[in-house]
Each structure stands twice: as C-alpha cells, then as structure tokens.
Design a protein around this ligand. Sequence first.
Ligand code: F1P
Length: 375
Amino acid sequence: MDSTKAGTGAGFPTDGALERARRTRTYLEISAQAETLGWTWRSLRDREPVRNRQWPVFVGCGSSYYLATYAARLATRSLRCPALALPASILWLAPETLEPWVERLGTPLIVGISRSGETSEVIHALEIARRRGFRTVAVTCNPAGSIREVASELVGLPHVREESVVMTHSFSNMALALAWLAATWSPGAGIAEELGDLAAEAERWVAEGELKAAAWAAQRPRHFVFLGAGPLFPIAQEAALKVKETSQLPAEAYPPLEVRHGPQAVVSDGSLVVLLDGALPEEEAVLADQQRLGARTERLPSPAGRIAPWWAAHAALPALQFLALFRAVLEGRDPDRPSHLTQAVRLGEDGEALELRQAGSDARDSEEGPGHAAR
Ligand code: F1P
C-alpha cells in the first residue's frame, strides 16, 4: 500500500481488511469513475443530441430505477419539464398507468435505463411502449445488448464495463448521461457546460470519498439512514441499496425531514445517518435530532459554490459506494459476490428469474451459499 493510501485506513483494523477491500473488483470499479466520467463526458459532448419535444418517462430496475427517478426529478426540478419515472415492471405489466398522463401531456418519449441491456423487465417495457407507438431511447453500458432491438435510439457507454454484480461506476456514468440528456432537452438551462467541469472533479471526489468512507465504515455501523431531497432522494435510495446488497445490513433512505415521521423509531447508537447536500438549516436540524437519539451523523455537502443537484450527486457517489464496500468487508462479506444477486435479472417464460434458479441449484451443491468471503 503506497504511503498516500496509508491515511485512508483511519480507524480501520490492521488485520488486512483494507487491503482485502482494495483487491476486490468492486473497489477497482468504484475507483474507475475518476477516469470514466471524463470519457463519458467527451463521448456525449461529441455526439448528436437525442432530439426530443415530448415529455419523458424514464424506466429501469433496481439501481437503474433509482437512475430513472433521478433523471425524472432532474428534468422536472431543474428544467421545468414534466417527467415521470416508473419501475420497468409497471410499464410492462400495467401500461394503463400511463394513460391519464398521456391524455393530459400527449405522447411521451420512453427512456429505458439498463447497465446490462439485458434486464427482461426493461426489454418488455420498451416492447410495450413501441407497440403503443411511443418512441424509445435506451441508456446502457452494453449497446450491443438485447435492448438495442427495442430502442429507436441508443445512448451507449461501452467504455463503462463492469464485472461486479452491484452497480458502481456504471451508476455514476449513466447518471451523467441522463443529466446530459436533460441538458440537451433544455439548452437554455446551462447544464451542459457545467457537466464538463463536473467530470474534471471526479478524481478528487474518488480520493476524498475513499478517505471518508474508510473512517465511517471503521466505526462498524449496524444500521444506515441516507437522507436526500429532490433529485438526491434516489441517490440516497441507491446508497441504501448498495449497503443492503453488499453487507446485508439494514439501510433505508428518506427525504430529510421525513425521518422524524416514524423511521427514527429504529435509530440508535448503532446507526449512521448521512445527509446528502443538506444546504437548508431545516435539513441540518434533522442531523442534530438524530444525534440526540444516539446516531452518528455525517454530511456530504455539494461542492462549494455549486447548488445544482447533479454536482451534489456526483460528489457524494464515490463516498457512498466505498462506504458500502468497506462495511461489507468488515462484515466478512465478499462485495464481488453479493448474496442472491446476479448482474442482470433475466426472466423465463414462467416469470421466474433464470440465473437465480441456477444460482439456487449451484448453492445447494456447494458447501456455502453465495455472499460469504472466500476463506
Ligand atoms: C439492474 C439490476 C441492478 C442490480 C443487480 C440486478 O440491472 O437490478 O440494479 O444491482 O445487478 O440488476 P440493469 O438493468 O441496470 O442491467
């Protein structure tokens, strides 16, 4: 471990856990966003914009559904453009959900988001949309995937390859691509120029994020609460999902002031409460209340002088992703092999998840189920 890295182990046990974490694929892929965000920005800047005059509906699953929500809130809040986010399964199984919106807002543009480009629910949702006569756009890290057959247009990020099961730098890069989409649909908003500067900051956020996350994880929280408002709420949800997927510890997400309306009933001295941005005094006051309940609290503010939510989101993502990784390793988990999860959820004719069915039979054959660190 080089000397500059030594400091990032503040409070970490000296049993080699930090070194184990740094040997995981997940660690390498979280760190990769220091470079890949710049590549993504340059590929977007130099490509034809996705022409659009319709109101957008964003669909995805899991982390990609949180990206859909981020994109819809970004469009609505920052660009005054009405937008909707749905789990892809809803558009697939209950397409009538859209009708009242279509009657009021007219024909939508359907944006399918999928790292793998193979998630069955997203493919089915885009098929349904095309049968309804809607134009479809895919945002994916695998433009050669099945999703290309159901998309009129692709925003592909083939340089963002990810082998780990849980999404990390793919999430950050697709979030940048979605902000770019919103920027091209509202050129007057001045977002596009900011996104170039944002990508240039990524290396610093990765370095700072690792340092913070190692210190926070070393306190071994047993329960996590992530708080974010507006477009940062889905980022908080993604942070909670990362912790759940990698360490199987309880983690939840809320808009900041919502935590007082019930969820704080389970806050204790084993809780870590993290506030994203939190520029409002009323949001800071929530952290003070959680401290009174015994929780440790931390804040990930937007970079100085930057009030746009996409700055706060990208500045926070590396720290949130490293936090899940380091806490998982301290829990004795292998973040590269999360329990019960697969890189993509492909469904059989009977609706059952194919890989899970296969993983289940493999697990019955092996001594240990998935998710346990190699001995
Ligand atoms: C979506 C997803 C991931 C999750 C897991 C299973 O994949 O739900 O968010 O972490 O890997 O797949 P995709 O549609 O974005 O490829």
